[in-house]
Structures are given as C-alpha cells and as structure tokens.
Design a binder for this molecule. Structure first.
Ligand SMILES: C[S@@+](CC[C@H](N)C(=O)[O-])C[C@H]1O[C@@H](n2cnc3c(N)ncnc32)[C@H](O)[C@@H]1O
Length: 268
C-alpha cells in the first residue's frame, strides 16, 4: 500500500510513542465537566472509543470511572495498556467502533478527537445502542492555535510553499477568526445529533488552556497530525525543516492556545 493510500484514521499508531509524548492533553476541566453532566465518577460505567494512548482516559479513571476502552490500533492500545496499568477499572479492547459489540448499556460514551473518523452512516445508531436511557454522550476535540498571529500566518505560508494548501496551519488561521467564543449552535456535530432526534439536552462547551512548545516538541506534535503523516516522506522532511527554521527564528518556542471543544448529549 502506497504512502497516500493508508487509511487516514489509522496513521496514529505509526508514531504511537511520539503521539503520547508530543500531543497536548485535554483541558483539565474536561473530566469534571463531563462527570457533572453524566453523573459522579464512582459507579459510572463508561465506554471510550478510539481511546488512543489514553490522553482523555486517565482523568476519568482517576475519578473512579469504570472504563471499557476500544481502540483498533494495537500500537496505540499497547501504550494505553501501559498507561492505565495502575487502574484495574480500565479494560482495553483492540477493536473498531463499528465492529465492537456492547456487553451492556453504558452511562457514558466518550470519544476524544475521533468521532469524525467513525462511519457517518452508523455512528449515531451505534452510540444509541451502546448507551443506557439517560446515558451521556461526550465528544471532544482540541482546537490548537499558535498564539502569535504573524508566526501562525508564516507557518501557513510555508505549508503553501510546499504545496499544502488545506494544511492544519491554514485551517487554524481561518478558525482563529471564530475565537474567542463558544461553538455556534447548529454546527456539526450538534446539527447531526439534533437531526437524529434520539438525543436531548445538547450542550457545546469550549474549555480554554494555554501551553508552550519548543521547536522540537512542536515538530514532534506536527508529525502526529494525520494531514502531515500522509505527505510523501521527503516532502514532509523538507517542509518540517522549513517550519522548524521559522519557529527557531521566533526564539525557539511558541505559545499555543488550546481550546477543548466538548459536545454533550443524552440518550432520551
Ligand atoms: C486522533 S487519535 C485520538 C486518540 C485519543 N482519543 C486522544 O484523544 O488522544 C484518533 C484515534 O481514533 C482511532 N480510530 C480511528 N478509526 C477508528 C474507528 N473506526 N473506531 C475506533 N477508533 C478509531 C485511531 O486508532 C486513533 O487512536
């Protein structure tokens, strides 16, 4: 299979350890806000799909949530098993969302930065089937923005020079105009959820954080982003050299604005 023919949803395992080291986690308020909505952690039976290396998982396990983690890539699952070894209430299964069969009904379904990878024709049916009546669905994504607008625009310009027009930098430069503020109601996935009709009590919440990355950590982070992973290797290496030069020229580090966008809904 050629580089660009790999399924985009499954490129993360190629860099599982780097993913764990370089991807920022979620805003610390994520688990408390979700559990306030879903019910207290102790006694809550939850399922997490696309759990990856456990970036969202740990905060829930530490609050006493019993978690079945479903992750199709064995390399990501291996890191997840290692990281959750001290939490006997966490079980890890190597399976996809679509092929997994629920053993029961769950009080919480969690999917962090992966709902968009799931089969759009089936994801609402499968989520509905996995949840108990009144059970909570919690979907989240990190929106990352290089805080310095000049540097951010420069990184997007370098991407363009290497033929990457719709790169994450370019998209974030556009998304920047939407910050600050919360999601516009009616946007995806809320619109899809509303159209499905079997979930209620919809909420969209933006949790904000700020963090700083040095050049190497930033480039490590970029190499875990599926968009860049799918570029032909030689082009990615040259592009990353140019991006690293730009960050070095900016003092060798950059400030990141990290917004964790959280979508909550409840099975009727
Ligand atoms: C961007 S990573 C997010 C991982 C983790 N939830 C996090 O927040 O860091 C996307 C994850 O979804 C997984 N994934 C992709 N397709 C999937 C599917 N159909 N079912 C379940 N997980 C899937 C990938 O293997 C990967 O671990």
């Amino acid at each position: 299979m050629g580089v660009s023919e790999r399924p985009r949803a499954l490129v993360f395992g190629e860099v599982a350890e780097m993913y764990e080291a370089a991807r920022p986690g979620y805003a610390p308020q994520l688990a408390p806000v979700v559990l306030e909505y879903a019910g207290p952690g102790g006694g809550l039976d939850a399922v997490e799909f696309g759990a990856g290396t456990g970036k969202a998982t740990l905060a829930f396990a530490e609050r006493g949530v019993s978690l079945s983690c479903v992750e199709p890539d064995p390399r990501m699952a291996a890191v997840l098993r290692r990281r959750t070894a001290g939490h006997p209430s966490v079980r890890v299964e190597v399976e996809s969302f679509e092929r997994w069969r629920p053993a029961g009904h769950y009080g919480l379904l969690l999917a962090a930065t992966c709902w968009h990878w799931f089969d759009p024709a089936r994801r609402w049916d499968l989520a509905h089937a996995a949840l108990a009546p009144g059970g909570a669905l919690a979907l989240c994504w990190n929106v990352l923005r290089v805080r310095d607008e000049g540097l951010h625009a420069r990184l997007a310009e370098i991407d363009r020079r290497f033929g990457s027009v719709a790169s994450p930098h370019a998209q974030l430069v556009r998304a920047d105009r939407e910050l600050p503020g919360s999601w516009d109601s009616g946007e995806w996935p809320a619109a899809e959820c509303r159209a499905d009709g079997r979930f209620g009590d919809l909420r969209e919440i933006r949790l904000r954080e700020e963090t700083r990355y040095d050049t190497r950590t930033y480039l490590n982070y970029l190499s875990t982003v599926s968009y860049y992973r799918l570029l032909p290797e030689r082009r990615r290496v040259r592009l990353f050299e140019a991006l690293a030069d730009a960050v070095d020229g900016h003092g060798g580090s950059l400030a990141f604005e990290l917004a964790t966008d959280l979508f909550l809904a409840r099975r009727r």
